[in-house]
Design a protein around this ligand. Structure first.
Ligand SMILES: O=P(O)(O)OC[C@H]1O[C@H](OP(=O)(O)OP(=O)(O)O)[C@H](O)[C@@H]1O
Ligand SMILES: Nc1ncnc2[nH]cnc12
Length: 186
């Protein structure tokens, strides 16, 4: 857990821009909406900068972004730290040969796919997404990367309901060597 989550003065500004929408898309879901953060260039840049500062110079060669919101935060981080960007996409979107991983969501089931050959054995990867709810999506991403024998993995969540280490997804087991950092909506 990041120590500077509470200390960095930029965190409060970022948090204040995440809109919480009750009962979307289903009753009982507190939807953490990062589109309001994107409307504020300073808060958006601060978000990217926080993660760039944390991960620059750490020998990370792959930033893997989870569709769809990892495609917003992942590319600027990848460019700044000098890594390639690898999209982890929803099914049947990637044209080449893929590996797939199914997972459960807070409101349904889904699947992530990655192009074969996008990462090489021994590369160090950073997984980028906006939020962890049950952890199912993140675990699927980690499994996709893990199966290509990526050496080190990390998580970024730019917003997040509290991290739930849910045994269903064996999150602890899957990502025991993860650095995670997340910023909660107010
Ligand atoms: O921890 P989990 O329970 O797996 O949920 C987290 C995931 O849910 C959201 O994406 P969503 O699946 O809603 O897809 P979208 O960004 O394409 O709308 C969010 O951006 C994460 O990827
Ligand atoms: N509470 C939530 N807010 C935004 N995206 C989500 N995806 C799954 N749960 C979510």
């Amino acid at each position: 857990m990041s120590a500077y989550r509470d200390k960095d003065p930029r965190i409060h500004g970022i948090q204040s821009k995440i809109r919480v929408v009750p009962n979307f898309p289903k009753p009982g879901i507190m939807f953490q909406d990062i589109t309001t953060l994107l409307l504020d260039p300073k808060a958006f840049k601060d978000t990217v900068d926080l993660f760039v500062e944390r991960y620059k110079g750490k020998n990370i060669s792959v930033v893997a972004g989870i569709e769809a919101r990892g495609f917003i935060f992942g590319p600027p981080i990848a460019l700044e730290i000098g890594a390639k960007f690898v999209p982890l996409r929803k099914p049947k979107k990637l044209p080449g040969r893929v590996i797939s991983e199914e997972y459960e969501l807070e409101y349904g089931r889904d699947c992530l796919e990655m192009h074969l050959g996008a990462v090489e054995p021994g590369e160090q990867a950073l997984v980028v997404d906006d939020l962890i709810a049950t952890g199912g999506t993140l675990c699927a991403a980690m499994k996709l990367l893990g199966s290509r024998t990526v050496e080190r993995q990390a998580i970024i969540c730019t917003s997040g309901v509290p991290l739930i280490l849910d045994q269903r997804h064996s999150l602890l087991e899957t990502v025991h060597h993860v650095n995670e950092m997340y910023i909660r909506a107010p």
